[in-house]
Design a binder for this molecule. Structure first.
Ligand code: PEP
Ligand code: MN
Length: 357
């Protein structure tokens, strides 16, 4: 393929759809998926042949042998192929077997030395490359990997959002989507195609449609969805893969809104504002907890000094000062009073409990 004459490779369709198994497992599996995808509106087939596994002993891919299956499927069905590269040798082999597009996995993007080695191996090839986000939500590191590729002359680059690793799963997903991070990347680089990988975000085939639609509503430019003829038997990521038949249904049901603009869309803004609100709410809860701690210290003093827990004069002072401050901030006196009734009530409950202790 003459990549250099193929400007805007990733913009030939919107959404640009990439599908295929997590890992290439057999030649039959690759041929079967390729046949199905070639008959659908799918632009690129994916299959991992070197799988970055968290623990040793899991299925690590069939390497060069699997590249031969992909080459055969490409020849038979004409669908372009993509695979993940994590070493310079992977680059050489992928090019040798005519792979059309490469991607860097999250565990590679996180390491600038490795990204640079791969970029150096790609110099002069012009092959299109997709860059998954690093495992941690660091937009500069993600953009840095893209820059390293651009600096060696790779002009066709797309970013691939696969969510971020966290200690606890967020919203029941495998990876935390942390949408403001890809949105920030898009804000910094309005021309960069940014795709979403709902399979790795959700880790759950039942939620792929929901996240795919969300990505569309946030003006992502494409989707990568793991697709396997028999998902439950997959050697890796079995819980998140879907059949080509289900993929077809999901793609047909997708509502694709207008073209991306350089302005943040309403939904992007909403997501951004909600993120800010989540942060503020976390601060509010923490502050209330600190206030309750102070309250119990006050309770100690009252107990030692044989004072009543409820002190009407102090309560009146609290309501007056807090309402006055609220009014200057555009809140109503009634709202602030009601809020403090709740808080004060809880303080009293804590201090009364201490008297019994
Ligand atoms: C994959 O695409 O199968 C994969 C290993 O993804 P990630 O790098 O996002 O974990
Ligand atoms: Mn996978």
């Amino acid at each position: 393929m003459d990549y250099l004459c193929n400007m805007a490779f990733f913009k030939t369709a919107r959404p640009y759809i990439i599908a295929g198994p997590c890992g290439a497992e057999t030649e039959e599996q690759i041929l079967e998926v390729a046949a199905a995808l070639a008959s659908m509106n799918v632009q690129l087939m994916r299959a991992g042949v070197w799988k970055p596994r968290t623990r040793p002993g899991s299925f690590e891919g069939y390497g060069e042998q699997a590249l031969q299956w992909m080459q055969a499927a490409r020849k038979q069905y004409g669908i372009p192929m993509a695979t993940e590269v994590a070493e310079t040798e992977h680059v050489e082999l992928a090019l040798k077997y005519g792979i059309d597009v490469l991607w860097l996995g999250a565990r590679t993007t996180v390491n600038p030395f490795q990204v640079q080695r791969i970029a150096d191996a790609l110099r002069g090839t012009g092959i299109p490359v997709m860059v998954k986000n690093p495992v941690n939500p660091d937009v500069a590191l993600w953009e840095g990997a893209i820059e390293r590729l651009e600096k060696v002359g790779i002009t066709e680059v797309a970013a691939l959002h696969r969510g971020f690793s966290g200690y606890t799963p967020a919203h029941g997903y495998r990876n935390q989507p942390n949408w403001p991070v890809p949105i920030e990347l898009k804000r910094r680089r309005p021309q960069l195609p940014v795709f979403c990988d709902p399979s790795h975000i959700t880790g759950n085939r039942d939620r792929i449609a929901e996240v795919a639609q969300k990505a569309m509503d946030m003006h992502f430019d494409g989707l990568m969805i793991e697709t396997h003829p028999q998902p439950e038997k997959a050697l890796s990521d079995a819980a998140q893969q879907i059949t080509p038949g289900i993929l077809k249904i999901i793609l047909e049901a997708l509502v694709v809104r207008g073209e991306h603009t350089h302005d943040m869309s309403g939904l992007e803004q909403l997501e951004h504002l909600r993120q800010l609100m989540d942060t503020l709410d976390a601060e509010i809860v923490d502050l209330i907890a600190r206030r309750m701690e102070l309250s119990s210290k006050i309770g100690d003093v009252k107990r030692m000094c044989h004072m009543t827990v409820y002190q009407p004069a102090r309560w009146r002072e609290i309501v007056d000062t807090r309402s006055t401050r609220g009014i200057t901030q555009g809140l109503t006196a009634e709202f602030v009073t009601e809020l403090y009734e709740k808080i004060h009530h809880e303080s009293i409950r804590i201090q009364l409990g201490m008297l019994d202790a």
